[in-house]
Design a protein around this ligand. Sequence first.
Ligand SMILES: Nc1nc2c(ncn2[C@@H]2O[C@H](COP(=O)(O)OP(=O)(O)O)[C@@H](O)[C@H]2O)c(=O)[nH]1
Ligand SMILES: [Mg+2]
Ligand SMILES: [Zn+2]
Length: 319
Amino acid sequence: MVIRYGTVTRSTGSWYEVLFENGDIWSCRVKGKFRLEGMRTTNPIAVGDRVGIEEDEEGDENTGRITELVARTNYVLRQSPRKKHEVHILAANVDLAILVTTIVEPMLKQGLIDRFLLSTEPYDIPTAIVFNKADLYSEHDLMVYAALEDIYTSIGYTVLLVSAEKGHGIEELRDMIKDKTTLIGGQSGVGKSSLLNAVAPELAARVGGLSYRSGKGVHTTTFAEMHPLPFGGSLIDTPGIKTLGFNFLKETEVTDNFREFFALSQNCRFNNCLHREEPGCAVKKAVDAGEASELRYINYLTILQEVEDQNYWEIHRDV
Ligand SMILES: Nc1nc2c(ncn2[C@@H]2O[C@H](COP(=O)(O)OP(=O)(O)O)[C@@H](O)[C@H]2O)c(=O)[nH]1
Ligand SMILES: [Mg+2]
Ligand SMILES: [Zn+2]
């Protein structure tokens, strides 16, 4: 019998850390089967999940069993890095997703922004792109930033230019995440930890660049972890992104989740148009006329091809 409900803040494979409203934290195991319709997942329960807990059979203090999963409002999936045909539920019940990136140090990885957006768009999770290290941008870098800002704000995403080093834009960032459950991701080295520390210095010990365990070196995040924010809301810190693959999407899901192309597709001649070389394609026409982003279109075609090349049925079979 479920005795209380809480939120999963951390998981390390077989154990789940569950936070209750009164601040209690329990270590819990999963009892029973939780499945994502038609997919093979590496984890049944994810950070951000609301779960019902039963007491441990042994009656140990602060441990319990997860026996109920409250219906998710949304979730973000990642292709499992180890098991090619499985997906990992990165986080659930997210109000906002933020991609932290930069133009320099490390150099902006072409395609990464659109891949991140493709991972949050299926559930319409509001998503922001935060460009950090503004203090390092040359005049040319600032022009690149302005072009990207234009592309993404024009299709409804929030774009912010900040510097963790100089404290620029930190107030805006704080306002953006206050009282929300925010998933934050990015390549390693973009300054994610520095930004978290600038926004909430109280979190420094937990998510700081310096490991609090060894006192030296970088504390690398290998699992998503939820941290309550001192000013309201919580942050879900996620492992550094190397690449984002989409073995869990069908072609049409790629097509439907490039939002501006989806809007334009109402005017394509064929209703199953994939916007390649089909005659009467409204997306191709808009790109050619400079009314839709060519950069987005190129990234779209690349991802579409990837998805087509992988064996979709490998993971979408009933298991
Ligand atoms: N110049 C500059 N350096 C920054 C800024 N933010 C972070 N860094 C540096 O970038 C490096 C990586 O930062 P870190 O926060 O560990 O990145 P993470 O891997 O994304 O968590 C560190 O050497 C930081 O000092 C910034 O706004 N400006
Ligand atoms: Mg970090
Ligand atoms: Zn089309």
